[in-house]
Design a protein around this ligand. Structure first.
Ligand code: HEC
Length: 109
């Protein structure tokens, strides 16, 4: 009986804890997405299009899938084709924010 009560308290605590963690991480993601949009508008929109809508001249960033993070970072840091490298221009925090913004608007979530 006693054990039963303890287990119920532990289970309730886990549920409350889980809910708090989930809210916290989604609020953080929301902040990253918003910050990423600002970074994008500052550095990327001229070539990649307003609101990530590509004119067709450059890579459509909304095509990047969840598993493409390292490809994304390599291209952004090192540059590709007509795109200059962004190493030394963007911080890793800004690149992380860009990634969240792009993924939030991606075709495949
Ligand atoms: C001067 C124009 C220009 C700017 C500014 C620019 N890009 Fe690009 N970007 C390009 C072009 C052109 C390509 C296509 C390169 C190719 O495949 O030859 C490209 C490709 C990419 C790719 C895909 C590379 C791949 O893996 O195929 C990513 C990711 C990317 N850009 C991210 C960004 C981000 C993030 C920014 C802002 C920090 C940015 N770009 C700013 C022109 C630009």
């Amino acid at each position: 009986m006693m054990l039963d009560r303890v287990l119920r308290i532990v289970a309730a605590a886990l549920i409350v804890g889980g809910t708090l963690t989930a809210h916290k991480s989604s609020a953080q993601d929301g902040a990253k997405i918003a910050a990423g949009e600002v970074v994008y508008n500052t550095y990327c929109a001229t070539c990649h299009g307003d609101g990530l809508v590509s004119s067709g001249q450059t890579f459509d960033l909304r095509r990047l899938e969840a598993g493409a993070r390292s490809r994304f970072e390599n291209s952004v840091l090192g540059g590709k084709g007509q795109m200059p490298p962004w190493k030394g221009v963007l911080t890793s925090e800004e690149i992380d924010q860009l990634w969240h913004y792009i993924r939030d608007n991606a075709y495949q979530k």
